[in-house]
Design a protein around this ligand. Structure first.
Ligand code: HEC
Length: 262
């Protein structure tokens, strides 16, 4: 309703007024209606500011999101390890891979007795750290110990033990045993060669008729390295093979090479 009251005649002019108040009001009323509260249009500067903020945020994410990968800030990203020079051209070296997997087997199957630090428990569980059994040239004996267990007297690092270790033939597969052996041969300052699942498999197959735990006396008959060959048999090295081949007549040599080539 108009604020103007009509009791002053048709002109709408009060005495002394130069302009008609109704005209003034009409001009105002032609304008848009008052905005509804809460839905007023935004100040243009605020719109511009938010747009600039979104643009900056997008640019920032594009540059620093790292593709939203969960491993973006993993240590190797910040401090990338030098690529292994070993064979395979960039692949993880086989010893550290086996050590990583073997650590899991060790934690569940071995550390309750031999302890996480590999030092064992004096008088009960012999140490694996710096143990001459663990550091032997090949895994022939320690693979047998893990497969079938061990009982009776044993000397480790100059101390005598006479206890029993259980067998893992049925609870660990070749790969797990190989990895845990590589782990104990390369932890706590130990340094010795990789043990492969194939080596463990060969020993498992070669000792499948054995059900009881090993004794040191039995283990000492097993050569420390060189496959499952019986003690005393010469290891098959390329040099030994060459010597053996030299003893063949040319015809025999030819047929052997043809057989190998097939
Ligand atoms: C129940 C306790 C126990 C568990 C579990 C156990 N060991 Fe043993 N381990 C022994 C004992 C005890 C001996 C010594 C046996 C003896 O006195 O004849 C031994 C001996 C050894 C030896 C030879 C001696 C030495 O210290 O170097 C090796 C190697 C070995 N264990 C490795 C392992 C590995 C690998 C595992 C896990 C797969 C394992 N053990 C799990 C108790 C255990």
């Amino acid at each position: 309703m108009s604020v103007h009251s009509d009791n002053r005649g048709q002109s709408g002019l009060d005495s002394g007024e130069a302009t008609d108040v109704r005209d003034l009001h009409a001009a105002i009323l032609r304008e848009r209606p008052d905005p509804i509260e809460g839905r007023e249009p935004l100040n243009l500067w605020v719109v511009a500011f938010i747009a600039a903020l979104l643009f900056w945020a997008g640019t920032y994410l594009t540059q620093y999101s790292g593709g939203f990968r969960s491993d973006e800030f993993a240590e190797r990203q910040i401090n990338p390890a030098p690529a292994p020079v070993a064979a395979g051209g960039g692949a993880e070296d086989p010893v550290s891979k086996a050590v990583k997997e073997g650590a899991i087997v060790f934690a569940t199957s071995c550390s309750p007795c031999h302890q996480a630090d590999g030092n064992g428990v004096s008088g009960q569980f012999p140490p694996l750290a710096a143990s001459e059994w663990v550091l032997a040239e090949g895994p022939n004996r320690i693979a047998r110990i893990v497969l079938n267990g061990l009982s009776g007297p044993i000397q480790v690092k100059g101390s005598e033990y006479n206890n029993a270790m259980n067998a893992f033939r049925d609870s660990l597969d070749d790969r797990q045993i190989a990895n845990v052996l590589t782990y104990i041969r390369n932890s706590w300052g130990n340094k010795a060669s990789l043990v492969t699942p194939a080596e463990v498999g060969a020993i498992r197959g070669g000792t499948s008729d054995r059900s009881q735990a090993w004794t040191v006396a039995d283990l000492e008959k097993v050569p420390v390295s060189g496959g499952a060959a019986p003690a005393g048999a010469p290891a098959l090295t390329p040099a030994a093979l060459k010597e053996a081949l030299k003893k063949l007549s040319p015809d025999e040599l030819k047929s052997v090479l043809q057989d190998v080539g097939k």
